[in-house]
Design a protein around this ligand. Structure first.
Ligand code: MG
Length: 388
């Protein structure tokens, strides 16, 4: 056993020319900090990419890296780690990452911290501990979780960040020509409506393409049912996040009314979040986000989903590549894995920030079978870290 001697959080800011999901639209303006609100989903975004990283070190010198959301108020998360969590992790064995996660979760349960920034902090620490544990053992995280069950992970192209439908269709065709045949469009920026977007994409991409719609929590149960049913004739692969996450009975109502699979899960932190919805038969495809769950809760959600016959299609968000590698590495050991989201505007930019172990080409990801999560931050990334 080699105990943890250090836990350090950092903030990483990465510039981008065009904001995530594309240029600002009419009526969307950024404030002096770079924050702006997408009218389509009432959600705050940032004009650059930003993420929170965690580095843990053991007494034998093994270093593990973790990552969580840092787009908004990153110092809330880093402060939780540096003020509270780090001291409770020092002295523990990283091989007990799941036990450490549960211990940390219990610390704040009675105060109601069962989600949000607290659980994001725990997710980053958890990934870093699993990474360190793998390096101590000389095994990949997939091996620590029972071994790889898949060689590659099929992916779908997510978001078509172009200003007009015509350009979005052309952009999807470019990706199809590169060997990608699964797609998801974002309702938030589908200005002509989801049905029009779906029908035009189907006409251009052909019958074999998989096309899904991220509905961005914008509907009532009734309008979601109507909208999904209107997309069904165009063979909608899945309908994602049709209504606000709090309305679980409403989600169940939609899931039972439509033929299209309902996909949710990107905002969850724990197996509790999953089971509330699973028990209502409200979920057909589960989309956990490693940056919110960490490896421990991700694996718990994936295994529970599989036991109920629900396939696993993890979410991908704005990051350096660390939590994406952790997500793929963990997914490879999960029986129900059917694919993974691919955020081209983030993934391709991360080349140079992480070592070579993570690839995506012709519609599938691979991640190196090396100890831990399979990749390392490069010197270039490390030189850009802001201690927090
Ligand atoms: Mg989504």
């Amino acid at each position: 056993m080699s105990r943890v001697v250090k836990v350090e959080p950092f903030i990483l800011t990465i510039g981008r020319d065009t904001p995530y999901l594309g240029a600002l639209r009419k009526g969307e303006e950024k404030n002096e900090k770079g924050y702006f609100v997408r009218k389509g989903n009432k959600t705050v975004y940032l004009d650059k990419d930003r993420t929170v990283l965690v580095r843990v070190e053991t007494e034998s010198g093994a270093v593990g890296w973790g990552e969580t959301y840092g787009l908004v108020a990153p110092r809330a998360t880093t402060e939780i780690i540096s003020d509270l969590v780090a001291d409770f992790v020092v002295g523990r064995d990283p091989a007990d990452a799941a036990g450490i996660h549960d211990f940390l979760y219990d610390l704040m349960r009675v105060r109601g911290y069962s989600g949000g920034f607290y659980l994001d902090a725990l997710a980053a620490v958890d990934i870093a501990l699993w990474d360190a544990a793998g390096k101590e053992a000389g095994k990949s995280v997939a091996d620590l979780l029972g071994g790889r069950l898949h060689d590659t992970v099929p992916c779908y192209v997510s978001g078509l960040p172009k200003p007009t439908l015509e350009e979005r269709v052309a952009f999807a065709l470019e990706w199809q020509a590169k060997g990608y045949n699964s797609f998801k469009f974002a309702a938030t920026v589908a200005d002509d409506g989801n049905v029009k977007e779906m029908s035009e994409l189907r006409a251009a991409l052909g019958a074999d393409a998989k096309i899904s719609c991220d509905m961005h929590w914008a509907h009532t149960p009734e309008s979601a049912i109507e909208n999904i049913q209107a997309m069904q004739p165009y063979d909608l692969w899945f309908a994602e996040a049709p209504i606000v996450t709090e309305d679980m009975p409403g989600l169940a109502k939609i899931a039972q009314a439509v033929d299209t699979p309902i996909a949710v899960g990107e905002e969850w932190r724990t197996l509790y979040d999953a089971n509330y919805r699973f028990d209502l038969n409200a979920v057909h495809i589960v989309q956990p986000e490693m940056g919110h769950t960490g490896i421990t809760e991700f694996a718990r959600i994936a295994r529970e989903a599989h036991s109920r016959g629900i396939p696993l299609l993890p979410h991908a968000t704005i990051g350096s590549g660390i939590f994406l590698a952790a997500s793929l590495q963990t997914g490879l050991a999960m029986e129900g894995l059917i694919g993974h989201e691919f955020q081209h505007s983030i993934f391709n930019r991360n080349t140079g920030l992480i070592t070579d172990g993570l690839k995506c080409s012709e519609g599938a990801y691979t991640v190196a079978d090396s100890p831990g999560i399979g990749i390392e931050p490069t010197e270039d990334l490390i030189s850009q870290l802001e201690p927090a």
